[in-house]
Design a protein around this ligand. Structure first.
Ligand code: IPM
Ligand code: MG
Length: 356
């Protein structure tokens, strides 16, 4: 049966980078991959056209899709809008409405880019870590939230960090299952010394680990984890953490790989239906200039082939092609170093296509 893929380019560099990943999917379609691509609006682009960052139609087609490929949302233009209609609300809304609770953010260093990292090559060489971020709970969604005026007239902003055992268990299982196919080690990141919600997180992970005797579970406070990520990142195999800690730590981990422009992600529901997106944002400062790095989005398409479309060999081909173009010395501006060949967004996409 034809698999339905919804493409949501979004804002900023979103349309440019998504176009490069689509070229690759189209090539596989010509080779016989049975997919159908349908486009939708999200984020600021959707707000401008429909008055909402997540139009009902986008949600509807996304619910019916087998997988979603998303670019990025947000930009200066919409920063002063009310938070309820900001572009980011579209992204958070679709994650939540589709129950995409498991966000996989692999940080792999392509050996060719060891010099592009701001860290010493020996610290990052061989890096291969997986951050499993809880994506539909925690402080991003907890109620109550808002900005209120106190009796003395002063304003107060407030958010709520909440986690239920069931939410912790389901993300924990994802992390343990992934670790079982890797080095078998899970590091759960929390702030259990200060926050009760993550004290429960730690207890629940510990209990869950009893069902996974072959997996080694360790715990780390988030401040220490941030330090360890830049001090000795190769100590980690799988890290599992809350929505907000995962947001922060994955940006941090991306720089180990040379550029945030290299990191793909998958956001999965209970049935491995997923939305695939680069972890970087919409980069409005460079939008429309054909200089953004499309590799994170291209690698996100590879994750889509692997996790939702069950086409591991096509995913392998993309990953090998990316490695090949890096071997050939092609670099977008964010990963450029002297002696390499600087290429545009579309030239990078074409090179990967040719290397398939
Ligand atoms: C990410 C982004 C989003 C997040 C923003 C754009 C809402 O930073 O996917 O990491 O905070 O989750
Ligand atoms: Mg982020």
């Amino acid at each position: 049966m034809t698999k339905k893929i919804v493409v949501l380019p979004g804002d900023g560099i979103g349309p440019e980078i998504v176009a490069e990943a689509v070229k690759i999917l189209e090539k596989f379609r010509e080779e016989g991959l049975d997919i159908n691509l349908e486009y939708g609006l999200i984020g600021g682009a959707a707000y401008d056209e429909t008055g909402t960052p997540l139009p009902a139609e986008t949600l509807e087609i996304s619910k019916q899709a087998d997988a979603i490929l998303l670019g990025a949302v947000g930009g200066y233009k919409w920063e002063s809008l009310d938070i309820s209609v900001r572009p980011e609300k579209g992204l958070l809304g679709i994650r939540s409405e589709l129950n995409l609770f498991a966000n996989l953010r692999p940080a792999i260093l392509y050996p060719q880019l060891a010099d592009a990292s701001t860290l010493k090559a020996e610290v990052v060489a061989g890096l291969d870590l997986m951050i499993v971020r809880e994506l539909t709970g925690g402080i991003y969604f907890g109620q109550p939230r808002g900005i209120r005026t106190l009796d003395n007239g002063e304003k107060q902003g407030f958010n709520t960090l909440v986690y239920r055992e069931s939410e912790i268990n389901r993300i924990g299982k994802v992390a343990f299952d992934i670790a079982a196919k890797r080095q078998g080690r899970v590091c759960s990141v929390d702030k259990a010394n200060v926050l009760e919600s993550t004290e429960l997180w730690r207890e629940t992970m510990t209990t869950l680990s009893k069902s996974y005797p072959d997996i080694e579970l360790s715990h780390m406070y988030v401040d220490n984890a941030a330090m360890q990520l830049v001090r000795a990142p190769k100590q980690f195999d799988v890290m599992v953490t809350t929505n907000m800690f995962g947001d922060i730590l994955s940006d941090c981990a991306s720089m180990l790989t040379g550029s945030i422009g290299m990191l793909p992600s998958a956001s999965l529901d209970e049935n491995s239906k997923g939305m695939y997106e680069p972890i970087h944002g919409s980069a409005p400062d460079i939008a429309g200039q054909n200089i953004a790095n499309p590799l994170a989005t291209i690698l996100s398409a590879a994750m889509m082939l692997r996790y939702t479309l069950d086409e591991a060999s096509m995913a392998d081909r993309i990953e090998k092609a990316v490695s090949k173009v890096l071997d050939d010395g092609l670099r977008t501006a964010d990963i450029y170093s002297t002696g390499m060949t600087k290429v545009s967004t579309s030239e990078m996409g074409d090179a990967v296509l040719a290397a398939l």
